[in-house]
Design a protein around this ligand. Structure first.
Ligand SMILES: [Zn+2]
Ligand SMILES: [Zn+2]
Length: 343
């Protein structure tokens, strides 16, 4: 084994013991095993799915360490992997079975029996993480850890834009003002299409306005149409609205995870038929040798032309997790990504 620093026997983690029962505690640090490296986590984003995991739905087994939006430094490797030592990395959180039909075709997001950091197994709310080499997405010194921790939502965003096949000068609307919605908006704009963000209130659109997007309140949508519309909310109102807003022969790109059963009004369903709309679903991201959304988003972040950093609202130490979740759940401030930072 080769290391760049002394690895402590115990590490700090946030461990979820049950719904609403997250604990800051010490846990034995991972031992290095074959084909893995030890990563010191520098930043881990708090996903809206983490909030649901911690406070509403729980997860597959307890206790589990949540967190899947990670960046860090490789601090310990097996002798044969010395070239990886000290490298900066982001982490693709899905560990596929490599055996099922989807995996054979490198469609890993569709794997039948995958493992996943931070939900099916321990993840990134942790000082260290043992990571298979296959899941490392390295980046260079031009990019800092903080922005790179946006890689997971960024990969979903770029995947959505690529599946939507966005072209120059197209009129694009985005329903949803959260982190992924804003990332989609930024990437679409960088492809020289016209971006309009739709939100329910002036406050929710404040950030879009600052970034120079056109904005529309949901109450102002009458007679408006767009070539392609991204749905990034996942509730009935937004799903019906996006279909209504899409022009003849246009495309609806469905990104938001549904909060409840989805019900389409009859006259909205008619519009899918009469306008001959295309509906495309988005799940996770591509991570194959041919298409790799992770490398693509890291390249965009490294180039530095898109202001991704402005999407990060606040950072907290893991020890202050109560403050972090309180801010996310209870503060009235318009916020996007909140992250845990390890010293
Ligand atoms: Zn996430
Ligand atoms: Zn598989």
């Amino acid at each position: 084994m080769k290391t760049i620093e002394e690895i402590p026997k115990l590490m700090n983690v946030l461990n979820l013991y049950g719904i609403g029962d997250l604990r800051f505690e010490k846990k034995e640090t991972y031992k290095l095993t074959k084909d893995n490296v030890l990563v010191k986590i520098k930043y881990c984003g708090i996903c809206s799915s983490d909030i649901e995991r911690v406070f509403i739905n729980g997860t597959y087994n307890f206790p589990t360490i949540p967190g899947h939006e990670m960046s860090g430094q490789i601090v310990a490797v097996n002798d044969e992997d010395e070239e990886l030592l000290g490298k900066k990395t982001s982490i693709f959180p899905l560990m596929p079975c490599f055996k099922c039909d989807a995996c054979q075709k490198q469609e890993f997001a569709q794997c039948a029996t995958y493992n996943y950091f931070g939900s099916r197994c321990d993840g990134g709310y942790s000082e260290y993480l043992l990571v298979p080499k296959w899941n490392l997405v390295l980046f260079n010194d031009k990019l800092d850890y903080k922005i790179a921790a946006l890689c997971e939502p960024g990969a979903v965003a770029i995947h959505s834009v690529n599946i939507g096949n966005i072209q120059e000068d197209e009129n694009i609307a985005i329903s949803g003002t959260g982190t992924i919605g804003m990332m989609i908006a930024l990437i679409v704009k960088s492809r020289n299409a016209n971006v309009t963000v739709i939100g329910r209130s002036d406050e929710s659109l404040e950030f879009s306005k600052k970034l120079g997007f056109n904005i529309l309140l949901t109450s102002e949508l009458k007679n408006k149409t767009f070539d392609k519309v991204f749905e990034v909310v996942g509730n009935n109102e937004s799903i019906n609205q996006t279909i209504d807003l899409t022009d003849n022969f246009g495309t609806v790109i469905l990104v938001g995870n549904p909060k409840d059963d989805v019900l389409l009004d009859k006259q909205i369903y008619w519009k899918i038929l009469r306008k001959q709309l295309i509906l495309k679903g988005i799940w996770n991201s591509s991570y194959s040798s041919k298409v790799n959304d992770w490398k693509e988003i890291l390249n965009l972040m490294t180039e530095g032309d898109i202001p991704f950093e402005s999407l990060i609202s606040k950072e907290f130490s893991m020890q202050d997790y109560n403050k972090a979740f309180d801010y996310l759940r209870n503060s009235n401030e318009k916020k996007l990504k909140v992250m845990f930072k390890n010293e």
